[in-house]
Design a protein around this ligand. Structure first.
Ligand code: GLN
Length: 302
């Protein structure tokens, strides 16, 4: 079935239904700026590759990508350096541990399981040129904005908030990566990672990022396939397998409540709702994607 068969009134109904779910999740307390978000914000944008667009909810609200940036960092690294170089420093295996797990990385002797968790993304910051977090982020930001025709900017307040914490877990992860020679400069890596997690934009920007992975003539098809496969198997952390069965689309979540689903060759579904579940996935966002996928039979396995 097709994403273009969606009706606006159906979408509005689902958003109305999803509103009650916003009280089921929680706001992350370890990033003060995210803890101040309105947990009842809820928005969705469906964008097709032909240029049709459906929006519903509080779509004017800007959002930080947080971990939704990870597939695009992987895409950048693949495009610039090729798969052989990239997968020497990051794996392709799903992890059944939380996204910031140190135990997983220790078990794997410093080799990050996959690019969708913190360890993998921190390792991939070495593939961005520049001698500081700021310049590396700028290189990546400009590339991404050009490719996706987005207008992402670094949310400085969010960056300040992320840095205001000791960030000890990510630092421990970076130390383990460096010891195993999967990282160049430790401080630069952490700061690059913090910067790119704070890249922010509108829901429309999020949807347009998704189109890069749904269908793009500018990106190597093999790289799109690789990123989509890793999103399907790893993008929602330890519940990726269960959600591949229930939903069946490549997806990526961020602790900000951003959620992106790719409908290959058809388009992208971008959601934003800051209340997240225990694994770090937006509660109302997942409901909306699942409802839409079931109604329109959009699983890649259909
Ligand atoms: N910046 C966040 C962190 O490192 C991103 C995590 C996420 O979105 N899941 O903890």
């Amino acid at each position: 079935m097709s994403l273009a068969l969606l009706s606006q009134s159906q979408l509005d109904d689902w958003v109305a239904q999803a509103r009650s779910l916003t009280s089921k999740g929680h706001l992350p307390d370890y990033i003060p700026q995210l803890a101040q978000a309105n947990p009842h914000t809820l928005a969705i944008q469906v964008q097709t590759v032909e240029g049709r667009c459906f929006v519903s909810g509080d779509t004017a609200q800007p959002l930080a990508l947080m971990s939704v940036v990870k597939p695009f960092l992987l895409l950048f690294a693949l495009e610039q350096w090729g798969a052989e170089a990239v997968f020497r420093h990051v794996g392709m295996q799903p992890s059944d541990q939380p996204f910031h797990s140190v135990a997983q990385l220790t078990l794997d002797q410093g080799f990050p399981r996959n690019p969708m968790i913190n360890s993998g993304a921190i390792a991939l910051t070495s593939f961005v040129s520049g001698d500081s977090g700021k310049t590396r982020c700028e290189t990546f930001r400009q590339w991404l904005n050009t490719q996706a025709q987005t207008q992402l900017v670094v949310n400085q307040m969010m960056l300040h908030s992320v840095r205001s914490l000791t960030n000890e877990t990510n630092r421990t992860i970076a130390r383990l990566l460096q010891k195993a020679t999967h990282l160049d400069q430790l401080e630069t890596a952490i700061d690059t990672y913090n910067h790119i997690c704070c890249l922010s934009g509108t829901l429309a920007d999020l949807a347009h990022l998704g189109l890069l992975l749904a269908h793009s003539n500018a990106i190597a098809a093999q790289h799109q396939r690789t990123v989509n496969a890793l999103m399907l198997t790893c993008g929602l952390y330890e519940v990726s397998g269960a959600l591949a069965v229930r939903i069946g689309l490549p997806m990526k979540s961020g602790v900000s409540g951003a959620l992106l689903a790719i409908v290959p060759r058809q388009g992208a579904i971008a959601c934003y709702s800051p209340a997240i579940d225990q694994t770090g996935n937006s509660v109302a966002g997942l409901f909306l994607v699942e409802t839409l996928v079931q109604a329109l039979n959009l699983s890649v396995f259909s």
